[in-house]
Design a protein around this ligand. Structure first.
Ligand code: 5AD
Ligand code: SF4
Length: 435
């Protein structure tokens, strides 16, 4: 019997890359590859990369540098770069790091097995096409292995919004939705293999139009699958939040009361320059409507500080918006100049100013996050158990609001969904007892 070849995949960036890495591993499984969790014994190393901020892209080159020794020892080792850096830089990657054998963009990875074969023949292999064909259809169906209780499922990719700071419309291409029938089939398959919670993914997931009733229709149909207990979706744009999707937060029990709805900034001047096409007030009114459909909804968001020409007053407007919304969690970043995007051409805010604003913003978000978490004490939540805790007899899961919850219990299994009364709140998680 021939030994399976080993594939090491390192994933950077967003949840969609996590999903893509799984699918690439499955595609290479069809070519006799099994996954390994160390580059040292790999026959192929694949970096699934992120281009969203400068630091993320630079990390790829420093990681590649680390594999020089390995490649010298093992000439048969093939090194590939996938994802958004692959799309944005293409051939340039092989010029900067000649040891890279293959480069594959996020819309072409169904061709990875062919590219690997080409690389094995000693040729450089590159594919950054954005073909019309549906890569998910071209991929082998997912193997039937048992899975953990949570899974991602990409339903939509790409973006037509062209926010002035963002590379996504260039690296992931135009908005495309996968047909509802395929989403249903993939979800049923995941549930048969043990999945209880599915997070629907898309760069603009609420612009999903693969179902005749949009994302809300897709969610309602998914909710009919027995054994699927929880549905989440990320990431959304405020302008695509339609009435039906707002209502679904109130009437679809399986849709979790946690919503990631990035606003990026709270100043109308900056929002306009970012090309976000809505005001701070419109965003706040939207959240009010969502909260009247689902009063316990926890909000999450993304923020950028130091966008070109952001003044202290503009920054204060962002702080005021945060004060008003009260976030359960959030991601915040210093603006990073991305070549080819309109904002990169504008007058930049000094780095020290960006650092200072980021610190102040994160301090506020942290206080809010902690307050909402502490507010869970004394309440009953539902917990989907995902793994054993560090201490014997301890199990860890997530509440409907995505808080990590620790419970001491011998009779809880991974995949169980149980009611828990919260009795304490620590720095990063809650603890409680089974009800
Ligand atoms: N600089 C900083 N943050 C960015 N994001 C996207 N592009 C940039 C950039 N050029 C952030 C946005 C987005 C999240 C995924 O990354 O907040 O919502
Ligand atoms: Fe980027 Fe804006 Fe599209 Fe989000 S909506 S992916 S931030 S361009």
């Amino acid at each position: 019997m021939t030994q399976p070849k080993k594939l090491f995949i390192k994933t950077y960036g967003c949840q969609m890359n996590v999903y893509d890495s799984e699918r690439m591993a499955e595609a290479m499984g069809g070519k006799g590859y099994v996954q390994t969790d160390t580059p040292d014994d790999a026959d192929m190393i694949l970096l699934n990369t992120c281009h969203i901020r400068e630091k993320a892209a630079e990390k790829v080159y420093s990681e590649l540098g680390r594999y020089k020794g390995l490649k010298a020892e093992k000439p048969d080792l093939k090194i590939g770069v996938a994802g958004c850096v692959a799309q944005a830089e293409g051939q340039e990657i092989m010029r900067r790091q000649p040891m890279v054998d293959l480069v594959v963009g996020p819309q072409a990875y169904h061709r990875l097995p062919e590219l690997e074969a080409k690389a094995r023949e000693g040729k450089k292999a590159l594919d950054t096409d954005m073909p019309e064909e549906d890569k998910f259809e071209k991929l082998k169906s997912r193997p039937k292995a048992k899975r953990g209780p949570t899974a991602f499922l990409t339903v939509q990719e790409g973006c037509d919004k062209f926010c002035a700071f963002c590379v996504v419309p260039y690296t992931r291409g135009a908005e495309v939705s996968r047909p509802a029938t395929r989403i249903m089939a993939e979800a049923r398959d995941l549930v048969e293999r043990g999945v209880r919670e599915i997070t629907l993914l898309g760069q603009n997931v609420n612009a999903y139009h693969g179902h005749d009733k949009g994302l809300a229709g897709m969610i309602r149909e998914l909710a009919t699958i027995d054994g699927l207990e929880r549905i989440r979706f990320t990431t959304s744009h405020p302008n695509d939040m339609d009435d039906d999707l707002i209502d679904a937060h109130g009437d679809c029990d399986k849709l979790m009361p946690y919503l990631h709805l990035p606003v990026q900034a709270g100043s109308d001047k900056i929002l306009k320059r970012m090309n976000r096409s809505h005001t701070a007030e419109e965003y706040i009114r939207l959240i009010e409507r969502l909260r009247s459909a689902r009063p316990d909804l926890h909000m999450s968001g993304d923020f950028i500080v130091g966008f070109p020409e952001e003044t202290e007053q503009d920054f204060q407007d962002t702080m005021a918006l945060i004060e008003e919304v009260k976030y359960g969690s959030a991601f915040s970043f210093k603006y990073s100049e991305r070549p080819g995007t309109p904002a990169a051409e504008r007058p930049q805010v000094p780095e020290t100013e960006k650092d200072d604003r980021l610190q102040r913003l994160q301090a506020l978000l942290k206080t809010q996050q902690r307050a909402l978490q502490d507010d869970m004490v004394g309440r009953e939540v539902s917990v989907l158990f995902e793994k054993a805790g560090r201490m014997a007899g301890q199990m860890v899961g997530k509440s409907e609001y995505l808080h990590a919850v620790h419970v001491e219990a011998d009779d809880v299994a991974i995949g169980d969904l149980r009611r828990v009364r919260i009795d304490s709140s620590g720095p990063n998680s809650l603890s409680g007892k089974l009800v």
